[in-house]
Design a binder for this molecule. Structure first.
Ligand SMILES: NC(=O)c1ccc[n+]([C@@H]2O[C@H](COP(=O)([O-])OP(=O)(O)OC[C@H]3O[C@@H](n4cnc5c(N)ncnc54)[C@H](O)[C@@H]3O)[C@@H](O)[C@H]2O)c1
Ligand SMILES: O=P(O)(O)OC[C@H](O)CO
Length: 333
């Protein structure tokens, strides 16, 4: 068990994770970049912007500058994926990470242009340090309210995966381990565009059959691209894969699902993004994953259509028509 941790990122998931670690008995430094918000949190014991009704336990110390952090044995990264590289470099330049630190990514995404997962970015900055990822069907809104949930910790070092499992296990949070860290991360990133697709389908007024077909074929694409990227097939049938895919494709908590719903109802992406205060990773992830699929020669017809709707001005109806007019094929090939 670890005794203390730093959580970087004071959004919904960071808030839920900080509260979980405190409930497990750890002292937590909780970093958010908004000085006023963090100062207010220290007094009210509430995050005034995300999960506003959740109490922030006394063991959580709100901090608003990286310079004010002390080194901790566990550093949890939970900012949007596009901030990971810069944040890791800053932590390094401040001497907040050494060879004994464990770095855990709870963000879900793949870097644009390089196709690197979050732990690969962390490993690039800190080659001697143990890196891990936690992923699964984990809506912060439910976990912060202590509603039963489960996740998987991926780490190449099985002993460390078990230590992290112990650190995060709570009566309402069951943690599994895996040594397939890349699979865990690819699964967590890939479900995002398909949650947008499921939202689009709902917004278009399609029925349960269509959405079930979409989720099933999305899983096939996740396996194809995820395995081509270094993950193991069985991981995609686990919590970080099918578990998270189902949770986000069907949940109204999902920001990705909500983006899709509004697109399907005819709103433009710029209009939707202009009104969103929370990150919907599926929007940047569609671009980064689509580039990876093209670069690796992997067939991803659903991802291609989400990409066309988001970035090529294709209408959701046209995307649907195109999906159904493709040549017939066997289900498994
Ligand atoms: N919300 C969930 O239920 C949930 C669950 C599992 C995983 N995730 C993943 O966790 C990550 C964060 O999601 P979230 O829901 O907490 O997002 P959010 O939109 O609720 O909050 C993001 C937070 O990150 C902060 N931030 C952005 N860039 C930053 C930077 N450079 N330095 C410091 N802080 C920065 C923002 O100010 C904000 O406080 C995403 O990758 C998401 O996919 C979210
Ligand atoms: O709200 P979403 O769509 O970003 O999903 C949040 C989590 O990834 C669910 O596990």
């Amino acid at each position: 068990m670890m005794e203390s941790a730093t959580v970087l990122g004071a959004g919904s998931w960071g808030t839920a994770l900080a509260a979980m670690l405190a409930a497990r008995g750890l002292r937590v430094q909780f970093y958010g970049r908004d000085e006023a918000l963090m100062a207010e949190m220290a007094v009210t014991r509430r995050n005034g912007r995300y999960l506003t009704d959740v109490e922030i336990p006394a063991e959580v110390e709100p901090v608003s500058s990286l310079q004010a952090l002390r080194p901790a044995p566990l550093v949890v990264f939970v900012t949007p994926s596009k901030s990971m590289a810069a944040l890791a470099a800053e932590m390094g330049s401040l001497g907040l990470v050494d060879e004994s630190t464990v770095l855990l990514s709870c963000s879900k995404g793949v870097e644009l242009g390089t196709g690197r997962c979050m732990t690969e970015i962390l490993h690039g900055v800190f080659p001697q340090v143990t890196v891990a990822a936690l992923s699964g069907p984990n809506h912060a809104e439910e976990i912060a309210r202590r509603m039963p949930s489960a996740a998987v910790v991926g780490c190449l070092d099985e002993g460390m995966a078990i230590r992290l499992q112990q650190t995060f296990s709570l009566p309402w949070f069951r943690c599994y381990t895996s040594t397939d860290v890349l699979g865990v991360e690819w699964a967590g990133a890939m479900k995002n565009p398909y949650a947008i697709a499921a939202g689009i389908a709902k917004g278009l007024g399609l029925g349960d059959n269509a959405i079930a077909a979409l989720v099933t074929r999305a899983l096939a694409e996740m396996v194809r691209l995820g395995v081509a990227s270094g993950g193991r097939t069985e991981t995609f049938y686990g919590l970080s894969g099918v578990g998270d895919l189902v949770a986000t494709c069907y949940s109204e908590h999902s920001r990705n699902h909500r983006v899709g719903l509004m697109l399907g109802q005819g709103r433009s992406l710029s209009d939707i993004m202009g009104g969103m205060r929370m990150v919907a990773e599926g929007v940047p992830n569609t671009e980064s994953l689509w580039l990876c699929a093209r670069g690796r020669g992997v067939r991803t017809p659903l991802l291609d259509e989400v990409h066309a709707v988001l970035y090529e001005q294709k209408s959701p109806r046209e995307a649907l028509r195109e999906l159904f007019s493709r040549d017939p094929r066997p289900e498994v090939d």
